[in-house]
Design a protein around this ligand. Structure first.
Ligand SMILES: [Zn+2]
Length: 308
């Protein structure tokens, strides 16, 4: 077994500790190569540490969550040999937990109503103008009051030391004007609920981590380790969306899809592996997992042609 992983060099003590990782897609479209890359990267990091790997469906944004998409997404993952070690957690069934967290923040005086619309705040971070009371009539969103000074710092296993000032982030919205719980709150509450020790996810979420650290601190939750994987960009240089432009993986053979994802994760699978079965591909990948090949890589361009 290799001694390096995306979330730190393995020591004897760490190897004995429980590693719990996760993959948390939102069901706004079918699984594409970019999301398989994230799923596989988090799965490999967990398995190479003899850890557990959980799946959570982030279906809070109900208008955008299409019925049946989540099930199709789970089925595609399963065809690629990636299955949750525990019952899949659905955010749409977690409202009581989010409400409890909001009440805890409310009691601590850390929530305030904000009347600002997106148009009011077109430029830069939120300046806290509603901290002393909303500037206009409702409906209001609810924001978290960040500390008045200072900032955050954390060590990302792949992207290096990250730091930022609270003022540069601005107070995040935790409940939207339409009443939907925001991603920042749900992800923090659910990672703690699932006992996640290592968050391995796409680098598009790197900039949101500061808000999540503030929430983790405010709620008194344990802080996971972070490793942000590169984001796969389309040939046009834009992030692949789960829209029609990103071809669903269903059309691709699972082994071919995994082989391609391993290449994109810079793991250099040998050509003969393209003719192996799923268990052989995954077994090779766990043994050879070298996340340091991705150090400092924040995005990858999708190849024009599939694996040859
Ligand atoms: Zn405001």
């Amino acid at each position: 077994m290799r001694s390096s992983t995306a979330t730190g060099t393995t020591t004897t003590a760490e190897a004995a500790a429980v590693y719990r990782g996760r993959f948390a897609p939102s069901p706004s479209g079918p699984l594409h190569l970019g999301s398989l890359l994230t799923a596989l990267g988090s799965w490999l990091d967990a398995r190479s540490r003899h850890g557990q790997w959980l799946v959570r469906i982030e279906d809070l944004d109900t208008p955008r969550s299409q019925p049946g998409i989540a099930q199709a997404l789970l089925a595609t993952l399963a065809r690629c040999g990636l299955e949750s070690d525990e019952k899949v957690l659905w955010q749409s069934q977690r409202h009581a937990a989010y409400e409890a967290a909001l009440q805890q923040l409310q009691r601590a005086g850390l929530l305030y109503p904000c009347s600002c619309t997106r148009r009011d705040l077109a430029h830069g971070p939120y300046d806290g103008r509603c901290r002393q009371g909303p500037q206009g009539p409702g409906p209001h969103s609810l924001r978290l009051r960040l500390p008045a000074s200072g900032g955050f710092a954390f060590e990302d296993a792949l992207q290096g030391t990250q730091r930022g000032a609270w003022a540069a982030l601005g107070d995040p919205v935790l409940v939207r004007r339409d009443g939907l719980v925001a991603y920042q709150l749900a992800v923090v509450v659910d990672d703690a609920f699932q006992g996640i020790s290592n968050v391995v996810r796409g680098a598009d979420l790197l900039s949101a981590t500061g808000w999540q650290l503030a929430l983790i601190d405010a709620l008194g939750l344990p802080q996971p380790r972070y490793a942000h994987l590169p984001v796969l960009l389309g040939t046009d240089g834009q992030k692949l969306s789960k829209s029609l432009s990103a071809a669903a993986l269903d059309a691709l053979e699972p082994v071919a899809a995994l082989f391609q994802a391993l290449r994109l994760l810079q793991q250099q699978p040998p050509a003969q592996l393209a003719n192996a079965n799923i268990q052989q591909v995954l077994g090779w990948a766990v043994d050879q997992w070298n996340p340091l090949a991705l150090s400092g890589v924040a995005d990858i361009n999708e190849p024009l042609t599939p694996a040859d």
